[in-house]
Ligand binder design. Structure first.
Ligand code: ADE
Length: 225
């Protein structure tokens, strides 16, 4: 999968996208992430990519020309299956969307800043608008990092044990059950006996019950349909 990201602060994305599982995905040749400095397509030699909004009001708006030029240039080499704009008024991101996006070949993410991007880019180029939650970040970069991380680990072959993603929270609309590791007894707090029993069928049943209980308590909305 090729992921391209347009940003005026590419530095914000360097570290989150180059460690751990995403690094493994890259090293295995399964995921290529390229972060582009949007100012490369600026409208003048001062690196201008934003301007005052028509109609007045505080805050700058990112202009059509730099973003559209970037899209058109990159699209020639990587015909994008999705052009995603990260924005608090987008569709709220979830595991289902991550699953769908993990199967795409080429995707482009646009990180907004200031008041956002000119509506015409959204109307004519963007195919999907994603929010990572009901709060406002200072730019789309951290949201893009969240989305790429969630997608990258789902690309077939990225996780060593393919089944481990299947048991993630949300993958089956249930939160994940509690997990424990050594020691068996820490300050008198013991690991549930069933996990030490070696009875895999019973352990699976216990995990399912715990997942269900946790979901009922914390996210009953997930169980509605
Ligand atoms: N940009 C600013 N806030 C955001 C959010 N909550 N989700 C996605 N992109 C954003």
């Amino acid at each position: 999968m090729n992921v391209h990201i347009l940003s005026v602060v590419p530095e914000l994305l360097e570290s989150p996208l180059s460690h751990s599982i995403l690094k493994r995905a890259h090293d295995k040749g399964l995921l290529n992430i390229t972060v582009h400095q949007l100012r490369k397509w600026a409208v003048n030699e001062h690196g201008m990519v934003d301007d005052y909004q028509f109609g007045g009001g505080a805050g700058m708006v990112m202009m059509c020309e730099p973003i559209v030029k970037a899209i058109e240039e990159l699209n020639q080499q990587y015909p994008f299956n999705e052009i995603i704009f990260l924005t608090p008024d987008g569709e709220v991101f979830n595991q289902g969307m991550a699953n769908t996006l993990s199967l795409k070949e080429n995707i482009l993410l646009i990180c907004g800043h200031y008041k956002g991007i000119d509506q015409r880019i959204r109307d004519h180029f963007v195919t999907k608008e994603i929010s990572i939650g009901d709060f406002v970040l200072s730019g789309g970069e951290l949201a893009a990092a969240v989305v790429v991380d969630a997608i990258g680990r789902l690309i077939p072959g990225v996780l060593n044990d393919e089944t481990s993603a299947l048991f993630d929270s949300f993958q089956d609309k249930l939160l994940a059950p509690p997990v424990f590791t050594r020691p068996e007894d820490f300050r008198g707090w013991k690991v549930p006996e069933i996990l030490m029993s070696g009875d895999h069928k019973k352990i699976e049943e216990w995990r399912y019950e715990q997942a269900l209980k946790r979901t009922e308590e914390r996210r009953p909305d997930l169980l509605k349909d």
